[in-house]
Design a protein. Structure first.
Length: 170
């Protein structure tokens, strides 16, 4: 995982649920690239066309609440979202995102002061968020979680530990 990101901010509110992140009507889609074409469509039907690789989402409390659908994290990662910063995350979304290799940052105060369109630097090595001359500290993720992110997700980490580059022969 790149431990330093710089990207354009998209600001969202509180209680952004998984049905807003990835609407349920698209659950039959299995191709991650196609799933990305519907990321955050529940916020704005044109949102998927606005997202660019490297963009950063900033939200309020309980981001990813609702169902346990893994597709919510999948579509964001596949759409190129570099990182999600929120006051808090729903626990299942948090775990799904980490398992898929999507970096997350919890910060109680930064989401209130960061605005859509800001350029934001997220640095996991220093534990700092920086924008417009203002910086915020965040707690680093546990080493075990960083190892999963560094590997690109849990499956990639397990494959690397097992010495496999692909799925087992069948």
């Amino acid at each position: 995982m790149n431990k330093r990101f710089e990207g354009r901010v998209w600001k969202l509110g509180d209680q952004v649920d998984t049905d807003v992140i990835y609407p349920g009507r698209y659950l039959p889609i299995l191709d991650p690239a196609e799933m990305a074409r519907h990321a955050l469509e529940g916020v704005d039907p044109e949102f998927p066309e606005k997202l660019r690789p490297g963009d950063i989402l900033v939200a309020g409390s309980n981001f990813g609440c609702g169902s346990s659908r893994e597709q919510a994290a999948t579509c964001l990662k596949e759409a190129g979202v570099a990182c999600v910063i929120a006051k808090s995350f729903a626990r299942i979304f948090f775990r799904n995102a980490i398992n898929l290799g999507l970096p997350l940052v919890e910060s109680a105060d930064a989401p209130d002061r960061i605005q859509s369109g800001d350029r934001l630097v997220v640095d996991f090595d220093t534990g700092l968020l920086r924008t417009g001359g203002v910086q915020f500290r965040f707690s680093s993720l546990p080493p075990m979680v960083m190892e999963i992110l560094d590997a690109g997700g849990l499956i990639a980490q397990v494959r690397a530990k097992l010495g496999r580059n692909g799925p087992p022969a069948g």
